[in-house]
Design a protein around this ligand. Structure first.
Ligand code: CA
Length: 533
């Protein structure tokens, strides 16, 4: 039996805590987490983009804090989302590569926020397993799988009880996701509770299909090329030479809009063809070869990518305007980020995966009225593994000890703790020994400090070391050079220290150095059924 005085204490404690929660609940800030897929920081103007303008994303950065050095733990879509929800690295949350299924029974920050009195919603891209219900949300409406750029099929769960209804919408997906998010903010949410809204776009993911409003944006301009568009990888090892993600060779006719998307309806296809057919005819007539052909592909790719971002930016503007008009802005923290960075022609590439800067860095902009002074920029090392802890800290919810990041709140307040991290651990897993995998990027792990980066392609047993101050574009590994011997030894030790601290299992024997792949079977052509008479 429980002694009476213990029971009385428990009742009193609960009474005090519950009342405190109610008082706190009224004043706790709302969190609007705006998230995109594959949006590189080098295409956001407040990050110094030389190729486009993003006035609305800049509003968030300029009215709050811009993180110059936020890095993902595993540069690929699903895994990054799993890290953000769980606050744990891939080897702890179990989602290593796209195609895995997220274990929705584990502790996530939305679950804890919901438990503490927040109303939690996710609207847009989920991408953690098509048939896996998002858990920890009071409301969800998510794209099925990757989701198309037009006319998306979405799954709605209005009460967070697992009862989902399917609906196909007509229109451009970035606009539709925004309409749904605005609708939830205006009419559907419980206004007596603080909210977490995860507002997550498909854009600007491959195949970069622009919306009807932006089909002609950049038609009359030439976007500057990155200086290393024609990189020959001579300063790096096997992994850079054997990837399959070049603008020159990997892009498909559909990526390049030489073939229109399959998901357009007749009306949309007409508008699409009016925009692309004349440009495609000019391309075919020019009969480009060699570098001229690569340059054309780069222009086509980057313009479509930036057109998708223009649409994201416009729609973010709509939501920010609504926050202002409704008076919500004052007590709403707005966060902008993307699951990883992306190559915008640097090294001749598109896509992500590598620990090189362009795909390793994530944009992170945080506007927190009254707490973060406008115009702040920080170079402190931050990571997507910190997001969960940060949101919990903001809401005054204790962080579970198994989470592996750290709250960014002190950094946001300008009180950087003395023991803030000086190095960041990275690991990429999506490479299999027995089949060809997307883009063929070899498994690797590494450590980055403010100036140096050590990478180990462990199945190849090849090391690379970069001095980011002297070589910001990572063109020449200095691994093994005498003048870097000391820093190299320090980074080796730091990599092992971090792996031990994060309890990373040994994955070094996972893939043979030269895996033998089965021959790929040619895809069967779908035969059209004859219409029945
Ligand atoms: Ca992504």
């Amino acid at each position: 039996m429980i002694p009476i005085r213990h029971a009385l204490f428990a009742i009193l404690f609960c009474h005090l805590f519950c009342n405190l929660s109610l008082v706190e609940a009224a004043s706790r800030p709302n969190i609007l987490f705006i998230f995109t897929d594959d949006h590189a920081a080098q295409s956001i103007s407040c990050y110094g983009s030389k190729i486009n303008k993003t006035p609305n994303l800049d509003r968030i950065g300029n009215e709050g804090m811009r993180f110059e050095n936020c890095f993902c733990t595993n540069s690929i879509c699903g895994p990054s989302r799993a890290v953000i929800l769980s606050g744990k690295y891939s080897h702890k949350n179990g989602f290593y590569r796209n195609g895995n299924r997220f274990d929705g029974t584990q502790v996530t920050f939305p679950k804890l926020l919901k438990k503490s009195g927040y109303q939690t919603a996710i609207i847009g891209k989920w991408h953690l397993g098509e048939h896996m219900e998002p858990t920890g949300f009071s409301y969800s409406e998510v794209l099925v799988g990757q989701g198309p750029y037009y006319n998306p099929l979405m799954l709605r769960d209005e009460k967070g009880d697992g009862n989902r209804t399917k609906k196909r919408y007509t229109g451009y997906t970035t606009d539709i996701i925004t309409d749904l998010a605005m609708e939830w903010l205006k009419n559907d949410r419980d206004q007596s509770k603080p909210f977490l809204l995860m507002f997550q776009h498909k854009a600007p993911h491959r195949e970069w299909a622009p919306g009807p409003k932006h089909l002609h944006l950049y038609d009359d301009v030439t976007i500057p090329e990155p200086a290393n568009l024609f990189d020959d990888y001579s300063g790096r090892g096997t992994a850079a030479h054997t990837q399959d993600m070049t603008i020159a060779k990997t892009m498909t006719p559909r990526d390049l809009k030489l073939t229109p998307p399959r998901y357009l309806n007749a009306e949309q296809l007409k508008v699409w063809k009016a925009a692309y057919d004349p440009k495609n005819k000019a391309f075919h007539d020019a009969n480009l070869k060699g570098k001229d052909l690569v340059r054309w592909k780069y222009q086509r790719y980057i313009k479509d990518y930036l057109r998708c971002i223009a649409s994201v930016d416009d729609n973010v503007g709509r939501v920010l305007d609504y926050l202002d008009e409704s008076g919500l802005a004052e007590n709403t923290i707005v966060v902008y980020s993307s699951d990883q960075g992306f190559y915008l022609g640097e090294h001749g590439w598109f896509d992500k995966r590598f620990m090189y800067e362009e795909s390793y860095r994530q944009p992170l902009l945080v506007r927190w009225p009254g707490v973060v002074k406008p115009g702040q920029v920080t170079k402190q090392l931050a990571s997507n593994v910190d997001f969960a802890e940060t949101f919990l800290d903001i809401a005054g919810v204790p962080t579970p000890p198994k989470m592996q990041g750290r709250s960014l709140v002190p950094v946001l307040k300008g009180n950087v703790p003395k023991d803030w991290r000086k190095s960041h651990y990275y690991q990429y897993y999506e490479f299999e020994p027995d089949r060809r995998t997307s883009h063929m990027v070899r498994r690797h792990r590494g450590v980055r400090t403010d100036r140096y980066k050590l990478i180990h392609f462990y199945n190849l047993d090849e090391w690379e070391l970069y001095d980011l101050e002297k070589d910001p574009h990572e063109m020449q590994s200095v691994y093994g050079q005498t003048e870097y011997a000391k820093i190299q030894a320090e980074l080796h030790a730091e990599l092992e220290r971090l792996a031990k601290e994060l309890e990373v299992p040994d994955d070094t024997g996972s893939v043979p150095k030269n895996p033998v792949y089965p021959k790929q079977k040619p895809r069967k052509k779908k035969t059209k059924k004859k219409p029945s008479k």
